[in-house]
Structure formats: C-alpha cells, structure tokens
Design a protein around this ligand. Sequence first.
Ligand code: FAD
Length: 281
Amino acid sequence: MYTMRPSEFTYHRPGSLEEAVGLLGEEVRPLAGGHSLIPAMKLRLAMPQSLVDLSGVPGLDEISVDGNTLRIGAMTAHATVASSGKVVGSVPVLAEAAALIGDRQVRQRGTIGGSVAHADPAADYPTVLVALDATIAVIGREGAREIPAREFFTGLFATALGPAELVTAVHVPIRPGTGAAYEKHKSPRSGYAVVGVAATYGGGAPAELVVGGVTGMPLRAEAAAAKVTGDPDSIAAAAAAVAEAIGEAAIGDSYASGEYRSHLATVLARRAMTRAVERAG
Ligand code: FAD
C-alpha cells in the first residue's frame, strides 16, 4: 500500500560538523536537499528515526582549489557546480555534467554529497567522478578518511560509507593536458541518465571509459579504454569493446532493455572519447 506520509521522525539541525557527527547512528539519515530522501520516506522505502539536516553546518557548501586538487563541499548544489568559475577553470567536465542533471529546480536543491551518498545507478556524478579518479572525503566518530571514488560505489544504491559517516566533500585531481567529456542519454521523463559515459584521455594517465546507468554502479571499461591511441579507428574499437565489458550485466527495466542500454553505451562511448581526444592538450 502506498502512503504519502513519512513515518514519525525527529528532526535535528546541527550548527557544526562535530554536532552533526555526534547525532549520526544506525537509524539516522543525513538530510541534504531531500530530493531523494523525502520521496523515499513518503513511500516508506526509508523510515529513519531521525534526520540530521546538514544545511546549518558551515563550510559544507564551499568550493576551493588547493594546488592540484579541486574540493567541492558535500552540500554544494548542482547549479553551483555547473556555474562555478573554479570548477569550469579546473575540471570543466564536472561543470558540464552538473548542468545536465535533471531540471533547473533539481539543480538548485540537489547536492553533490547527496548524489554520491545515494548512489543511484542513473545518476551522473558517480560516473564522472570514477573516470576522474576523484576521492570522497568522509567523517564519522572514528575520524575522517578519504575513499577513492573507484572503491566508494559498491553496488545498486550501495556505497562504502558507514552508517555513522557523513560525506564532507569530493576531491577531484586537476590534471593539466587531460581531455575529458561526458555524454548522456536523458530519460525524457526525469532527466536521469538512461545511460551516461565519461571518457578521459591524455594528461599522462591511462585513458578511461566509465559507463553509468547500465549496471548497478559505474563500470570502468579498462580493456576498452586501453585500445585508444587517439585515432578514430582506435576510438571505434574501444567503443565496440565497451559492450564486451558490460557483457550480460546490463539492467533492463521499464525505461530501456539491457540490450538497448548496452548498445547506447557503445554509441555514447565513441562520442565521449572522440571529444576527450579533441580536448586533450
Ligand atoms: P537527499 O535526498 O537529502 O539525500 C539522499 C541520500 O543521501 C539520503 O540517504 C541521505 O541520508 C544521504 N545523504 C545526503 N547528504 C549526505 C552526506 N553529506 N553524507 C552522507 N549521506 C548523505 N541526479 C542525477 O545525477 N541526474 C539527473 O538527471 C537527475 N534527475 C533528477 C530528477 C528529479 C525529478 C529528481 C527528484 C532528482 C534527480 N536527480 C538526478 C537526483 C538529484 O539531483 C539529487 O542528487 C539526489 O536526489 C540527491 O538529492 P539530495 O542532494 O537532495 O540528497
């Protein structure tokens, strides 16, 4: 039976990170923009005993460049990432991906921390952050730690985050000379990615092709990406090999069959890698 009322919960709005961490626990959920959590609570898919609203915690919505690292606070809205001069100037593909999320309203309230913690297989940031070899900064009662994005996403709506841990920021390496691009096939209804593919090339690191929306979590097609030498034939071969990396793991649902998703991934991989190569310095 569907209900549109959440079960009873206690609402907390801490004024510091220490206070927020002290409130965390098994039956407690952090609240960012509420874009995924509130609907889940209304449908009783989530029934936390308390919510810890992070909107009063200072400093969680800051963006900074520290040497060769771009730091984006967990509470930074997608619209802010999309328009930030610091992001555009250092890792432009991240701003481009943020601009493709949902619609204007979604981009105003949804946050990068909420997106990575929620780990929706159809979300955009996880795919791009895995391709960029980003790190997720988290804090809990045991202290702070940094988890590589490549280890953070562990499955469908599943992450390496402990129940009493918060995402505080996303750290993205700034690699001059790297060309990067993100291609997305949007669901016409929600804007979520039916399939999204992120590609990087150059900058002294191996090429990357990461596929989102097809399996339960971002899929690194390493053998496919290794085929890219920069010429169009190598990109075509790499894109074709993406289907092999997906194999039988493609998810089919009411939006798209697994077969269609897998095919779309090869098309988007070719486009994304072509743009990444063009952009490489
Ligand atoms: P919340 O809903 O507040 O929280 C989500 C989950 O993360 C909860 O479990 C919460 O406890 C946890 N959480 C939140 N913040 C933290 C934190 N700092 N540390 C630890 N846990 C935390 N996303 C896309 O990528 N692409 C799209 O095209 C897209 N389209 C959308 C369209 C619609 C109509 C809607 C409603 C959403 C869409 N989204 C899309 C998702 C949206 O952009 C948000 O990123 C996502 O819903 C998370 O929302 P939020 O930041 O408000 O987090």
